[in-house]
Design a protein. Sequence first.
Length: 99
Amino acid sequence: MVAKILVFLVAGLLVAQKIPPATFSGTIHTVSSKQITIENEDGNLLDFEINRKTRLTRGDTQISTSDLANGEPVTIEARQEMGRFLVAVSVAAHPKAKD
């Protein structure tokens, strides 16, 4: 019985790894070294974990979380990990629109 459960869990993990990341767009509401919260066009706040595997870019340039500012538009690709909220795979910052 335990072996069947383990096989089921491992199979589920393998299937979950093949699912492509979901894409989210919005403006930065808050950002820290471990988390980014964006506001989407509907006004909803979405939280994403940032880890050492998260790739942060602006154009072709690699950046850090300290280079991101509140109100800046971003596109985030993220995956949901078991027992955790969305984990950002990549964060692409876009230039702010000029007034």
